[in-house]
Design a binder for this molecule. Structure first.
Ligand SMILES: NC(=O)c1ccc[n+]([C@@H]2O[C@H](COP(=O)([O-])OP(=O)(O)OC[C@H]3O[C@@H](n4cnc5c(N)ncnc54)[C@H](OP(=O)(O)O)[C@@H]3O)[C@@H](O)[C@H]2O)c1
Length: 386
């Protein structure tokens, strides 16, 4: 029996990798719904070639254009944010959430309410709605299957039955394109340099987050919510080769790690096929060809985002939402050429200094707080003459 799948964000880096996997296993998956934002040309091509039942664009003004692109087919077309929730709720076995940003929150809740397992790449959703989402999933007996490579690695080697014997988790980080740069060298790096990740080919926002190491901060928070370990039990180490993706340290001295060549198709395949595995096109790992692996302590002076993320997690409440939202706005400004790379993290910290903590109890409250932080950050950027 083919496994029914819906992909939110099918036109992105994760989404297209998932489709590559689906195409390499004819008959294994049956695509229900596909969603995108502006790239409706690719969305329409994907929907036709995979014979999807529903194609959704989050942009209402693109509805007619998408309808036109899919005319003559039986594929239903919908548009707008609510249509994303409709796609997530549609009957399926698994929903892959591969959108970028907090726009993934509502569809994730919709998928949980509809009783679907979720393969989650969309880390911003876990960072901002982590507690609400994991509690709702637990209540409904839904599996949340991590796609982010580090969390997927931990998921593969973390034995829940031995939770009491786990001393700590380790997330590895490549260190991004500026690992070997001095703080002074980083003063004038360009957008192109920041977008040139040494190991991973990803969407622009997550690539900049890797360069600032905010990505690792978001992943620390994500790991906390997904695996329910406190901040001080989650280590971050730099591992420039990106071969070991995550490790679980047990109290008998054993450390279980997941290794593999850096290719998102591996964690995507594991999340989609769990508890089984399927073949992928990922390069096979040869340790002898690699020769050696290296590990470095993160330099918190050069990459203060890791220290900030730890403080964010210790504070809890709205801090993770503020951290994520302010970063998104500041990264957009950087990508638009409005500020220097080196200014990104100090601006995040400045914004976080004004946060008054509170506990939020619904996705609506989270989204409204998220919007408030975006407004305040935009004002802050105007004040600093950007
Ligand atoms: N790429 C990676 O290797 C990687 C690794 C680990 C985790 N992640 C996480 O996975 C998520 C996706 O990353 P990505 O690199 O695949 O991003 P991406 O390449 O930018 O793709 C994002 C997808 O979301 C859609 N989208 C964008 N804005 C939207 C909106 N407002 N409403 C609905 N859909 C929207 C895009 O549609 P259009 O194409 O039409 O714009 C696209 O399909 C992120 O949370 C990222 O942090 C990615």
């Amino acid at each position: 029996m083919a496994k029914k799948i819906t992909i939110l964000g099918s036109t992105g880096s994760i989404g297209t990798n998932a489709i590559k996997l689906i195409n390499s296993h004819p008959g294994k998956f049956e695509v229900q719904a596909l969603t995108a934002s502006k790239n409706i040309q690719l969305l329409a091509e994907q929907a036709k070639s995979l014979n999807a039942k529903l194609a959704v664009t989050s942009e209402e003004h693109l509805y007619l254009e998408l309808k036109e692109l899919l005319s003559g087919t039986n594929i239903k077309v919908a548009a707008g944010q609510e249509a994303l929730e409709e796609a997530a709720s549609m009957q399926t076995d698994i929903v892959l959430n591969a959108v970028v940003g907090t726009v993934g929150l509502r569809p994730t809740m919709a998928a949980i309410n509809a009783g679907h397992d979720i393969a989650i790449a969309n880390k911003e959703t876990i960072v901002c709605g982590g507690k609400l989402i994991t509690e709702a999933a637990k209540q409904k007996n839904i599996h949340i299957l991590p796609v982010d490579s580090e969390h997927n690695a931990l998921f593969q080697v973390l034995n829940e039955a031995q939770r009491d014997s786990i001393e700590k988790l380790t997330l590895t980080a490549s260190g991004g394109p500026f690992l070997r740069h001095s703080y002074d060298d980083m003063q004038n790096v360009t957008i192109e340099q920041a977008l040139a990740h040494p190991n991973w080919k990803m969407g622009p926002k997550v690539t900049i987050d890797s360069a600032t190491m905010v990505n690792k901060g978001l992943e620390l928070i994500e790991a906390h919510f997904l695996f329910d370990f406190p901040e001080d039990k989650i280590d971050i180490i730099i591992h420039p080769e990106s071969i070991i993706h995550g490790m679980v340290h047990y109290n008998d001295g054993s450390v279980l790690a997941q290794l593999g060549c850096p290719d998102m198709i591996t964690p995507i395949s594991y999340a989609l096929e769990w508890p089984n595995r399927i073949a992928t096109t990922a390069n096979k790992l040869s340790l002898t060809k690699l020769g050696q692996l290296t590990f470095i302590e993160p330099d918190l002076q050069k990459f203060p985002s890791v220290r900030i993320a730890r403080e964010v997690l210790r504070q809890g409440g709205v801090y993770p939402i503020a951290f994520n939202a302010t970063n998104e706005i500041i990264v957009q400004a950087f990508l638009a050429g409005k500020l220097k790379f080196i200014e990104i993290v100090p601006l995040i910290e400045r914004m976080l200094n004004s946060v008054k903590n509170q506990e939020l109890t619904s996705i609506e409250e989270v989204l409204s707080y998220d919007q408030e932080v975006r407004r305040i950050t935009t004002d802050l950027l105007e004040k600093v003459n950007i």
